[in-house]
Write a protein that binds this ligand. Structure first.
Ligand SMILES: CC(C)(COP(=O)(O)OP(=O)(O)OC[C@H]1O[C@@H](n2cnc3c(N)ncnc32)[C@H](O)[C@@H]1OP(=O)(O)O)[C@@H](O)C(=O)NCCC(=O)NCCS
Length: 238
């Protein structure tokens, strides 16, 4: 770990690679505890992580990402450049967030989900008119296509695929395909498979992160692992 960054109000794990010009544990007005960053994080320049936020191990983070306070980010999460995560967000293990995504406060995202580039998530139905923050809840093994917008208070179930550019203003049940504006949904066609491929989720980090896969994710728990193992012949992974 180098020490070029100016602000390090954080507890940082082992074997982290933190670029110059990264702020960890940014002290906002009401901060109470330093940020916590897990082992083997790779954080590129220009990123700011606020105090009171906890990040799991093997975090991969691109340039110019803002992660505000009281976020809980699971292990093996990947966030590409230019994303904004407002405070009080929970993100599950192995979630991949592509570039230029906006995630407002009170959003919850389950495990192994993929958020495409330029996705916008909202949390306020009538801003400046009626108070009421309603966070979005996104399940496990979800794919949100590029440029989609997810409206305030929407719940998206597990194993949902949302098409590029969709405008999702109503809940989407598990195992659905949704697309269009406003989005309509139907049962997920078989060609989409049963889940996001854990191998792609955990090993395909990004072009600029060529860390070889040490296979350790295979020994860890993640959503749907038992079914994935039985569907893929357990012997292959022993
Ligand atoms: C929705 C999606 C999954 C396609 O689903 P599909 O069932 O294979 O659909 P098809 O390609 O067979 O198209 C079926 C119809 O839906 C339309 N359609 C496809 N994707 C659409 C979308 N995102 N929004 C609106 N209509 C769409 C097609 O034009 C076609 O219309 P037609 O029947 O009038 O010709 C895909 O188009 C998509 O949006 N993928 C997300 C890609 C992405 O964002 N990747 C991010 C990482 S780069």
């Amino acid at each position: 770990m180098d020490n070029f960054s100016e602000m390090r109000n954080c507890t940082i794990g082992d074997k982290c690679e933190i670029a110059p010009n990264v702020i960890l544990g940014y002290k906002y007005k009401d901060w109470s505890i330093p940020a916590i960053i897990g082992d083997m994080a790779r954080i590129h320049s220009g990123t700011v992580v606020y105090s009171d936020t906890v990040v799991g191990k093997r975090f991969t983070c691109g340039h110019n990402v803002t992660i505000r306070a009281e976020c809980i980010i699971g292990d093996r999460v990947v966030i590409l450049h230019g994303c904004t995560l407002e405070g009080k967000i929970t993100i599950g293990k192995g979630v991949k967030i592509m570039a230029h995504v906006y995630i407002p406060s009170r959003t919850v995202i389950g495990e192994l989900s993929f958020i495409g580039p330029g996705v916008t998530i909202l949390n306020d139905r009538m801003p400046m008119r009626k108070p009421g923050i309603a966070g979005v809840s996104i399940g496990n093994n979800v794919v949100i296509g590029g440029g989609a917008t997810i409206g305030p208070g929407v719940t998206i179930g597990d194993n949902v695929f949302v098409g590029a550019g969709a405008l999702v203003m109503k809940d989407i049940p598990s195992d659905s395909l949704a697309y269009g504006s406003p989005a309509a949904h139907k049962p997920l066609p078989e060609k989409f498979g049963k889940r996001n491929d854990p191998e792609q989720i955990f090993t395909g980090l990004d072009l600029w992160n060529n860390t070889p896969d040490d296979g350790s994710w295979r020994n860890e728990d993640f959503f749907g692992k038992d079914r994935w193992l039985s569907d893929n012949n357990v012997k292959k992974f022993q």
